[in-house]
Each structure stands twice: as C-alpha cells, then as structure tokens.
Design a protein around this ligand. Sequence first.
Ligand code: 13P
Length: 254
Amino acid sequence: MTERQQLIAGNWKMHHGGPSGCALASAIVLACGDLAGVDVVVAPPFTGLAAVAHEVEGSRVSVAAQNMHHEPKGAFTGEVSTQMLLDCGCTWVILGHSERRHVFGETNDFVQKKTKAAIAAGLRPIVCVGETLEEREAGKTLEVVSAQVGAVLADLGGRPGYGVVAYEPVWAIGTGKVAGPEQAQEVHAAIRKQLAGHSADLAENTRILYGGSVKPDNAGTLLGCHDIDGALVGGASLDAESFSKIVEVAPSPV
Ligand code: 13P
C-alpha cells in the first residue's frame, strides 16, 4: 500500500505578484491550516516570492517558483538562479510547464538541465509533462509523455521521491476540459511504469500530480485514482476557498 502523501500545488501563473499575493497566501494559510495529511504548495510570480514566503512562514504551506535558470549566475538578463529562489524562501520549483514549453520554446534538454540544477541546489522540482490535442488525436500521448519523463528520469532517480512529476495535458489547461479519470489514470500508470524501469524506489516514492482544469467539483474523482498523488491547480488556486476545497478532498495516505 502506498505511503505517498498527496500534494496540492497552486500555480498562480502571472497573477498576484504584488500585495494581493500576500492577502491570497494568508487566506490560504487560514483555510488550509487544519487540513493535515496533505502537502500544500503555492507558486506566485517571481516578484511575490519573498513576500509570500514571509507570509506563510511557520505554516504548513510551502512556496514554489514557476521557473528558474540552470546556470548559477552570469549574463542571463531576466533570469533567476536557484540560489536567488532559495534566498526568497522557496523550497520547490515548477519546471517545464507547458506554457514554458509551448510559449517560450523550452525543450526536454533544457528542462533536464534545470531539473539537475534544482536538485543539486536543494530545490524540489515539479516537472510538468503532457501532450497537445494534436498529439493526443494522433495517438502519440504516451510517446510524447515518455520522452518528456525520460529526459529527467536519471536526475529524479538520483534522489527518489524528492522530485515530483505533474501530468498536465495541454488541451485541458485553462480550457475547462478536464481529462476523465480513466484518461488521466492511464497516463499516470504509464509514467509510474517508466519510473519503475529506473528503480522500484523511484516508482513507489515519486508523486505524480494531475493538472488541467482541476476544480473542487472534479478533484475528488481525480485524486481518488490509484496513480494520482495530488494536483497542480491553476485557475482554482487563485481563490482561497476553492483551493482549500481541493486540499480538503485529497485523500490521506493509507
Ligand atoms: P488550470 O487549472 O487553470 O487549467 O491550469 C492548470 C495548470 O496549468 C497548472 O499548472
């Protein structure tokens, strides 16, 4: 039986990077304060990281960045290093989000470099994978996801359970089209099998989150699936009540 504790992470994307981020974080701490047995993470924009980390200090809510650069320092205008994120109070970092891959051209190779650097620096990576609608319709879902997971397999395998994989079908992000529990479970099981190809330890200890239009009313069914160990929530994480309702329905480890 699994001992994996569920993880609910809120990806705020390009919202609440200023004072409103502190208000949202404080409302989330209040709403999630009593909900034990689930890990809770919020990911504000870079500009809000330090203030939000200060706001949630001493609570059960941890802070993630939404991106980072793999080099420790240098002439990389607009980029942020692992040490800068640690200095802000981050303990997690989201990597290879589909918006990074598809809007900003991040490749599997680039995501691998970031994953390696994050783990080396002591930041826990949440590596996002997922197929586009065209890829799904062409029957290439498992092939695409397997290449994305394959790129970071050795890095995640170096420290089983430290990193997290988030399966976010691109067609389900911000569209209101949620993957059905069977559709999501099929891909999660395939990812778990791929992790097992590296080591049983990696497969047993890695949390695989689902992301894409997760809301309070569909979270229960998704989080009840055997290989779904939590959620990466976009839109519904911008409201403390809807986010905490998702945390509330996440099952505790058995
Ligand atoms: P939505 O929940 O808004 O679909 O966003 C999902 C997502 O991209 C989380 O990283």
